[in-house]
Design a protein around this ligand. Structure first.
Ligand SMILES: *Cc1c(COP(=O)(O)O)cnc(C)c1O
Length: 388
């Protein structure tokens, strides 16, 4: 993609892919890179300081998620959190059964993990989703068998922003005594997360999706749930994840989660207003559609399909204007395959190839939004005329 000159500001509209580290979060982390560098397993003062920082970060996270500190494990990223929850529960439950229920719109960290487990004799049922990517909780109830050992459904979709009925699905799983895992990575900076109210048994978060450091994830595991560790070695994180703790990362993760959740009531209405303006403006383009649920959607997600256009071509043209956006998930851009999410929602190829995801963040302005709204119609028209 083209080089930006120093004077042109990037209009960053890809907050579902990652976010910039908040300066205030960075400030909390720096001492643990420089002066407080002890290994948290060491018994001398420097080590104990590191352990105290980890302990208080764990308490901070537990308070926000409404759970016990012992139910929180810090891991290496959102993908690792999903892997540990799903493989950890599947391998711990092999004597009980071999059936996993998930949805076809999950992140690849969930989908590829379920596929991997099929090599070990596990079977996966993919729940149906409607045209808005919503799951019907009744379908979860219908899919459960006497072999089911895990249900995994995401809180909010990373491509189209649809929010799933997690509390209702959780209620069904709880009644049938089936462990329920939720990939809440996209919700961490956008929705309140109360593991008790959501009726979940395991929940995954990733710090870099809410202005925290990259390479840090959280896994909540409800007390009484047994999972097998997927990384062998020392007994860090109560034996759930070996490896010397990333103290700076852990401190930054807790600080970022706290800031993100505290600022929800102030930030959300502003971002949502920008999103609604974006949606209204962009839907003026002929043969365009909003993807995802019209109301049950993340406050920062504006995603679309344009008939007869290639999403990649839209991105390259936006990049020339200094706009960073996505066709859907960052993991699939670069490949010409249409998104698995849009396919599951029933979009035909002539629509699903032309997807565009704009995800707002707290630094975006009305001017950013107006720039997109005035530039996009010309880009789409040009590409349609060129037939790309
Ligand atoms: C980004 C993302 C992940 C992966 O998190 P990483 O920290 O990047 O590994 C998992 N699930 C969803 C829904 C995501 O958006």
């Amino acid at each position: 993609m083209s080089e930006r000159t120093a004077t042109t500001r990037t209009i960053y509209l890809d907050h579902a892919a990652t976010t910039a580290l908040d300066r205030r979060v960075l400030d909390t982390m720096i001492p643990y890179f420089t002066t407080e560098y002890g290994n948290a397993s060491s018994i001398y003062t420097l080590g104990r300081h590191a352990m105290q920082a980890i302990d208080s970060s764990r308490e901070q996270v537990a308070e926000i998620l409404h759970c016990r500190p012992t139910e929180i494990a810090f891991v290496g990223c959102g993908s690792e959190s999903d892997n540990l929850a799903i493989k950890g529960m599947a391998f711990a439950s092999q004597k009980k059964g071999n059936h996993i229920i998930t949805s076809p719109i999950e992140h690849h960290a969930v989908l590829h993990t379920c596929q991997y487990l099929e090599r070990f004799g596990f079977k996966t049922t993919y729940l149906p989703v409607d045209e808005y990517a919503r799951i019907n909780p009744d379908d979860v109830a219908r899919a459960i068998t006497d072999q089911t050992v895990l249900v995994s459904v995401m809180y909010a979709n990373n491509e189209v922003g649809t929010i799933e009925p997690i509390a209702e699905i959780g209620r069904i799983c709880r009644a049938r005594k089936i462990p329920f895992h939720v990939d809440a990575v996209q919700a961490g900076g956008a929705l309140p997360i109360d593991v008790a109210a959501l009726n979940v048994d395991m929940l995954s978060l990733s710090a870099h999706k809410f202005y925290g450091p990259k390479g840090m994830g959280i896994l909540y595991v409800r007390q009484g749930m047994r999972i097998l560790p997927q990384l062998q070695g020392g007994s860090q994180e109560r034996g759930r994840r070996a490896g010397t703790e990333n103290v700076a990362g852990i401190v930054g993760t807790a600080a970022a989660l706290q800031l993100a959740q505290e600022e929800l009531t102030e930030v959300t209405p502003r971002i949502q207003a920008l999103r609604d303006r974006l949606i209204a403006g962009i839907l003026q383009i002929p043969n365009s559609r909003l993807t995802g649920h019209p109301t049950e959607r993340l406050p920062n997600n504006a995603s679309f399909c344009f008939e007869g256009v290639e999403g990649e071509s839209i991105l390259l043209n936006l990049d020339l204007l200094g706009v960073a956006a996505s066709t859907g998930s960052a993991c699939t851009s670069g490949s010409v395959d249409p998104s698995h999410v849009l396919i599951a929602m029933g979009f035909p190829p002539e629509w699903s190839h032309g997807s565009l995801r704009l995800t707002l963040g707290k630094e975006n302005t009305e001017e950013d939004v107006e720039t997109i709204i005035s530039a996009l119609p010309g880009i789409i028209e040009k590409l349609r005329n060129l037939g790309i």
